[in-house]
Design a protein around this ligand. Structure first.
Ligand SMILES: Cc1cc2nc3c(=O)[nH]c(=O)nc-3n(C[C@H](O)[C@H](O)[C@H](O)COP(=O)(O)O)c2cc1C
Length: 206
């Protein structure tokens, strides 16, 4: 059975553009097939930021109860990634990058020996063979024009995902969400069409 891991990170609840587009993507990906859908809503239920009392759970040898809890959470999040055939990530642009909830999730899943390893040729990602769709909602326009250099969201996500071996990534953007109702509606319609096309391609390739 196809397993789809769905990760939302917007903190805007039901008003969220990225969450509604992620729902659209998951609907299109699971239409007509038996799919197991696993959800993480990092906006509603964030994973805690690493602190000095939990860090060793992820990047060290856990010993205390807090460290062991952080290790258990990291193990769970990595197991969700490993079990997924397809991963759909909702990633709004917040302050030119990603929401802190998503940033914190990466702190738990980038683990040496588990999702990447160091080799003589440099770091190597260990999560191969998965397809990823990232939905990016943005108030402004970054895919072209003067603000292109301020896009610390898509290159950052591409690098982090690639670092753990997730290189088959399709980015679908809903831009100019803050440019008024018409621009917003047009952006959502265009992104919805892109998502349906991408989901159709993935379904045919599966
Ligand atoms: C905290 C915060 C920071 C934001 N920073 C930016 C930004 O740097 N650039 C931008 O174009 N839009 C920015 N926006 C607008 C969002 O990208 C836009 O509203 C998008 O639709 C949010 O996704 P969502 O609807 O899924 O929550 C920001 C919004 C919030 C809430």
């Amino acid at each position: 059975m196809n397993t789809i891991l769905v990760i939302d990170s917007a903190v805007s609840g039901e008003a969220s553009v990225s969450k509604s587009l992620v729902r659209e993507a998951v609907g299109a990906l699971s239409a007509g097939i038996q799919a197991r859908i696993v959800r993480r809503d990092l906006g509603r239920d964030p994973v805690p930021h690493l602190t000095e009392v939990t860090l060793a759970g992820v990047r060290g040898e856990p010993a205390t109860a807090a460290e062991l809890a952080a290790r258990a959470l990291s193990d769970t999040l990595i197991a969700e990634l490993r079990a997924a055939d397809t991963i759909v990530i909702g990633a709004p642009m917040y302050n030119f990058s990603v929401p802190t909830g998503l940033r914190s999730w990466f702190d738990y899943v980038l683990r040496a020996g588990e999702t990447f390893r160091y080799t003589e040729a440099g770091p190597e990602g260990l999560l191969a063979g998965k397809r990823v769709i990232v939905v990016e909602s943005r108030g402004g326009l970054y895919s072209e024009g003067p603000a292109q250099a301020l896009d610390f969201q898509e290159p950052y996500l591409r690098h982090l995902l690639g670092f753990i071996g997730l290189t088959d990534v399709t980015f679908v953007r809903a831009e100019k969400i803050g440019y008024g109702p018409e621009a917003r509606a047009a952006a959502i319609a265009a992104a919805t069409a892109d998502l349906r096309a991408t989901a159709g391609e993935l379904a045919r390739a599966a």
